[in-house]
Design a protein around this ligand. Structure first.
Ligand SMILES: Nc1ncnc2c1ncn2[C@@H]1O[C@H](COP(=O)(O)OP(=O)(O)OP(=O)(O)O)[C@@H](O)[C@H]1O
Length: 329
């Protein structure tokens, strides 16, 4: 039996179905990401699991126990939010110690646990500061430590990195994943950022309007999108109608077809095309090329400035047939 089981979870607000019979599982120590666009139901699902929102149907099991109707405080689930919600008048130490103090643990035990936690989240020099004296990344690490110190069975994280700037965000991603592995903590992480999901997760549950569109590991979602929605949301795929696909490749298809920008080659041989536009993405240049009346995105490694094809440059592009993904809807 899986450690966390979400079975047919259903939620309605007014006339709107927010979660439509959602089912998935997580094993102990797994890092599972709920990914999807704004409004698809990610936060509502977390709130249902934490007990802050009641269900209209379905069942939730955690560590062999049914928790569907259990009060939030008895679920042994902690939650970290986008906005850290630290106690502003308490120091880092007091914020982190808060949960254990509420449990009335002996002072020495609290001190020992906080010290261990502070080492883990790398906050030792800041122990006696107030939250106002900390950066956003440091505040989020305090929030994380405060949630972990009570040893929850499950940690829910609702867009915890969204309010941080790009550099801190990347660093904290790695740190969070490292901590999660070190503690073997089961985490459910909400984001709308596909890069964050792809780089961090053991499993991704991709939601669309209250339904699971696809789930699996990063590789399977990235390499084998099962629908147009997944192809568009993950990997910047080029999407071709059956008609355009036939026009481009002279092959027939009943379905739409997706191909990733990096699966199209610019080289000496292939179909005649013309550069329409380009954007620098670090070491990659993403070209928009016109080929047989169709515009495609093509990623090309930028080795030197001589490699750059200016707008209107005639080029040749090629692809091998197994790089096309046939999309069911
Ligand atoms: N308490 C509520 N009452 C009515 N509708 C709600 C309530 N909470 C959420 N919703 C609606 O449920 C839908 C899903 O919202 P939710 O916040 O779960 O989405 P989300 O995927 O987390 O979005 P975001 O990434 O923008 O936070 C939205 O249409 C939202 O308006």
């Amino acid at each position: 039996m899986s450690y966390l089981q979400i079975k047919q979870v259903h939620k309605i607000f007014g006339r709107q179905t927010i979660l439509n019979h959602i089912s998935f599982t997580a094993e102990q120590g797994e890092f599972v990401t709920l990914l999807g666009p704004s409004g698809c139901g990610k936060s509502s699902l977390l709130r249902c699991i934490s007990g802050l929102t009641s269900l209209d149907g379905g069942q939730i099991m955690l560590d062999g126990k049914e928790i569907t109707h259990m009060a939030p405080k008895h679920r042994q689930i902690s939650m970290v939010f986008q906005h850290y919600a630290l106690f502003p008048n308490m120091t880092v130490f007091e914020n982190i110690a808060f949960g254990l103090k509420m449990q009335k643990l002996p002072k020495e035990q609290i001190l020992f646990a906080v010290e261990k936690m502070v080492d883990l989240v790398d906050l030792k020099p800041h122990l006696h500061k107030l939250p106002t004296a900390l950066s956003g990344g440091q505040c989020q690490r305090v929030a994380l430590a405060r949630s972990l110190i009570v040893k929850p069975k499950l940690l829910l994280l609702d867009e915890p990195l969204s309010a941080l700037d790009a550099k801190i965000r990347k660093h904290l991603r790695q740190q969070l994943r490292q901590i999660q592995k070190e503690l073997n903590m089961t985490m459910l992480f909400v984001t709308h950022d596909q890069e964050e999901a792809l780089t961090m997760s053991d499993k991704i549950v991709l939601l669309n309007q209250g339904n699971i569109e696809q789930m699996g590991d990063a590789e399977s979602l990235y390499l084998s999108p099962s629908s147009r929605f997944v192809a568009e949301f993950i990997g910047h795929y080029n999407l071709l109608s059956a008609h355009d696909f036939q026009h481009l490749t002279q092959q027939t298809s009943e379905q739409s077809v997706a191909i990733r920008p990096e699966s199209i080659k610019i080289g000496e041989q292939g179909i005649d095309a013309e550069v329409v536009d380009y954007a620098m993405l670090g070491n990659i240049i993403r070209y928009q090329v016109m080929v047989r009346g169709i515009v495609l995105s093509v990623d090309h490694l930028h080795r030197s400035e001589h490699d750059l094809f200016k707008v209107k440059t005639p080029i040749k592009i090629s692809f091998t047939p197994n790089q096309f993904h046939f999309i069911r809807h």
